[in-house]
Write a protein that binds this ligand. Structure first.
Ligand code: PHE
Length: 358
């Protein structure tokens, strides 16, 4: 029996000496595992007489029990120690001051574009892009504005030297050439918006030589002016966040749409102040119309099968209206005080679910 007695003191010492949970597990396996020392002694009982086996069995069971309990209480102690160590290591000083708010601001133009993208993405539009340096053909000719057409004069175009291939080039005067680019490479149905920079040689309180527009284009098999109207109404109410904002269509002319309409939103003007809403007065915000069949044909789209609508508006203009920014030119003066005042906190990403602006 001395083997059992010395095994017991051996094992209990090993349990007490285990410095962490991993070495305690090793002790457990060496005693009670398949090839453990207690397990081996139990195996040896096969060769004993029944009486001896009974006695030996009780003894070994008691040993097993005792070692098991020792293991368990040691495990409790070690677990508590490890937790205490972790808590100490991961301690947080809750008295530290918070981090200062980010200094940077999102420019109102970028903010407005993000809002436009959120609104139109929700209506199933994707974002298309085109270059600032555009071919004369994409900017004018394909849009049904032939050379020497008076409409070209309306645009105060910046003309550029021809491309190396001899192609006439301009700084795009509107985002409408992205309509052409899109229709040339994509088959209907088409539903895109194209925000971006545009250029006209003009400078006063309401004009800067560079400004931004957003274009929308929808082409499909049964598209009519009702869709145009519904889409613009939905956009205007979502963007200006006024549920009963009325819109009005006035007949107009653009060479690339037929019929064409200018779109007004409701407002009132009193004491030099402008307020948007159903107040009886009107303010123009965009040009629109059904895509001219000639434009569809210029892009290889069968105008007897497909129709569509398009509209375009100035981004600075709608940003000024929404955010009460009085002077267009300040957008491009890169004055940090202005940006701090009119800019947006970078983490507030516009979304329809969480609100466009907070
Ligand atoms: N491109 C026109 C402009 O710059 C706006 C417009 C776009 C009108 C699409 C009709 C359709 O004034």
């Amino acid at each position: 029996m001395t083997d059992a007695a010395s095994l017991k003191s051996d094992l209990l010492a090993a349990v007490e000496g285990a410095a962490d949970l991993a070495s305690l597990e090793e002790v457990r396996v060496s005693a009670l595992g398949k090839k453990g020392r207690i397990t081996a002694l139990m195996g040896d009982m096969r060769n004993l007489s029944p009486e001896e086996r009974k006695e030996r069995g009780q003894l070994l069971n008691a040993l097993k029990e005792e070692v098991g309990q020792a293991l368990e209480s040691r495990r409790d102690v070690l677990k508590k120690q490890e937790l205490a160590k972790r808590l100490e290591a991961e301690r947080i000083d809750v008295t530290l001051p918070t981090r200062p708010e980010a200094e940077g601001r999102i420019h109102p133009i970028t903010q407005t574009i993000d809002e436009l993208v959120a609104i139109f993405a929700d209506m199933g539009f994707t974002v298309a892009e085109g270059p600032d340096i555009e071919s004369d053909w994409n900017n004018f000719t394909a849009l049904n504005i032939p050379e020497n057409h008076p409409a070209r004069q309306m645009h105060d175009t910046f003309y550029l030297p021809n491309s190396p291939e001899g192609q006439a080039r301009v700084l795009r005067t509107h985002t409408s050439p992205v309509q052409i680019r899109t229709m040339l490479k994509q088959k209907p149905p088409i539903r895109i918006i194209a925000p971006g920079r545009t250029y006209r040689s003009d400078y006063d309180q309401t004009h800067t030589p560079m400004f931004h527009q957003v274009e929308a284009l929808v082409i499909g098999e049964d598209i009519h002016m009702g869709h145009l109207k519904g889409c613009i109404l939905e956009f205007a109410r979502a963007f200006f966040q006024i549920d009963d904002l009325p819109i009005r269509f006035r007949p107009s002319f653009f060479p690339f749409t037929e019929p064409s309409a200018e779109v007004d939103i409701g407002c009132k003007r009193s004491g030099g102040e402008l307020k948007l809403g159903p107040y009886g007065d009107w303010l123009e915000i965009m040009g629109s119309g059904m895509v001219h069949p000639a434009v569809l044909e210029n892009c290889g789209i069968d105008s007897s099968r497909y129709q569509g609508f398009a509209f375009g508006m100035g981004i600075e203009r709608i940003a000024m209206l929404k955010y009460g920014i009085p002077d267009l030119r300040t957008f491009f003066e890169a004055d940090l005080r202005w940006l701090k005042h009119y800019g947006f906190v970078p983490l507030d990403q516009p979304s329809l679910a969480q609100g466009l602006t907070r």
